[in-house]
Ligand binder design. Structure first.
Ligand SMILES: NC(=O)c1ccc[n+]([C@@H]2O[C@H](COP(=O)([O-])OP(=O)(O)OC[C@H]3O[C@@H](n4cnc5c(N)ncnc54)[C@H](O)[C@@H]3O)[C@@H](O)[C@H]2O)c1
Ligand SMILES: O=C(O)CC[C@@H](O)C(=O)O
Length: 336
């Protein structure tokens, strides 16, 4: 009997391939190459992706044998989950696998925006010993606003509290009593904006969160706020952020994600007060191994005909829109 075909459409760890086992035939394609993806998916029983490959109705139609779409990471904004559900295709992700890595990068960007680390280092490497230009500010006793107190927002909170920061958060789905035990005060979006010295975004990209932080919201923020986004591009409107950085209302930004990726040309990248990384939140060996192995195991279960307990299609979402498809944090009230 022929083995099921598993299409790996993005770079995944060696451990992922090992976890898929010898019972499947592994094929590869470049998920960013639409033509190659549509051709390769035709024979596939499963497709493994990260954040680049877009699995929409067209890909699902081309993959008439598909039984499972596996996202080796958290965000499902590149998968049309309702279309997959309608086509009887299981969608699985690795909701926990990269949370620590994303949280650690966030902490790094928060510190970098406070202390100008990349800019000062770059200047030093180009021969400038400029100590007065790169004076920064302490994190201790400053207020950190967290938008989205889910898995990553919570890990960032715990870590930045160790730096002596006061943490407030906006997340209407989180239980306030649970947040209080974490030492976080839950407030409205406007209140968080007005009170934060630093703001960090940990929301999924959904129709409701896209553009959530635009020019009016930035205008409500404290002057001199420093903003970090390791969640998704487009949650913070890039043109509005650029203008706010130019006039100093936002003092600095730390960006791991961009509205269009890959992003190598953007006015934001020309600003010295922008610290940036090319969507590296999940790019650690540990996170990649965990995410890949987790979804590989789900794929094996799905192809073996077993139930995959936390398949994304089966979870009830707290949001109304189809793209709200994110596995809710266990700490979220009302999660299925
Ligand atoms: N940069 C990276 O490499 C990287 C890595 C991992 C995750 N991410 C992104 O980070 C996001 C968050 O990850 P997570 O694991 O913390 O997810 P999570 O589901 O645990 O947390 C998201 C939180 O956002 C809240 N939320 C959802 N919709 C909201 C809305 N409209 N208004 C306010 N709050 C809302 C939820 O209640 C939840 O608490 C992911 O969706 C993913 O897009 C990026
Ligand atoms: O695959 C990646 O490296 C990005 C993953 C990250 O954005 C996620 O949503 O899990």
């Amino acid at each position: 009997m022929s083995r099921p075909i598993v299409l790996i459409a993005e770079e995944l760890s060696q451990a992922t391939v090992g976890a898929l086992g010898p019972e499947v035939e592994i094929r590869r394609c470049d998920g960013a190459d639409r033509g190659a993806l549509l051709a390769a998916v035709a024979d596939a029983d499963a497709v493994l992706i990260r954040s680049v490959t877009r699995v929409d109705a067209e890909v699902l139609a081309a993959g008439s044998r598909l039984k499972v779409v596996a996202r080796a990471g958290v965000g499902l904004d590149n998968v049309d989950v309702p279309a997959a559900t309608a086509a009887g295709v299981l969608v699985v992700n690795a909701a926990q696998a990269n949370a620590v890595s994303a949280a650690e990068l966030t902490c790094g960007l928060l510190i970098a925006t406070a202390r100008n680390i990349p800019q000062a280092g770059q200047a030093l490497k180009s021969g400038q010993w400029n100590r007065s230009k790169y004076v920064g500010g302490e994190l201790a006793r400053k207020t950190l606003g967290v938008l989205g107190l889910g898995r990553i927002g919570t890990l960032v909170t715990e870590r930045m509290k160790a730096f002596g920061m006061d943490v407030i958060a906006y997340d209407p789905y989180v239980d306030a009593a649970w947040a209080a035990r974490l030492g976080v005060q839950m407030l409205s979006l406007d209140e968080v904006l007005a009170a934060s010295d630093f703001l960090t975004v940990h929301l999924p990209r959904t129709p409701r969160t896209l553009g959530l932080i635009g020019a009016p919201e930035l205008a409500k923020a404290k002057r001199g706020i420093r903003l970090v986004n390791v969640a998704r591009g487009g949650l913070v409107d890039e043109a509005a952020l650029y203008n706010a950085l130019l006039d100093g209302h936002v003092a600095a930004a730390g960006l791991d994600v961009f509205a269009e990726e890959p992003c190598t040309k953007s006015p934001l990248l020309d600003l010295e007060q922008v610290v940036c990384t090319p969507h590296l939140g999940a790019s650690t060996w540990e996170a990649q191994d965990r995410a890949g192995v987790s979804v590989a195991e789900s794929v094996r279960l799905a192809l073996g005909g077993a139930r995959v307990p936390d398949a994304v299609n089966e979870v009830q979402w707290h949001g109304a829109g189809p793209s709200e498809a994110q596995i809710p944090s266990p700490t979220v009230a009302g999660a299925a």
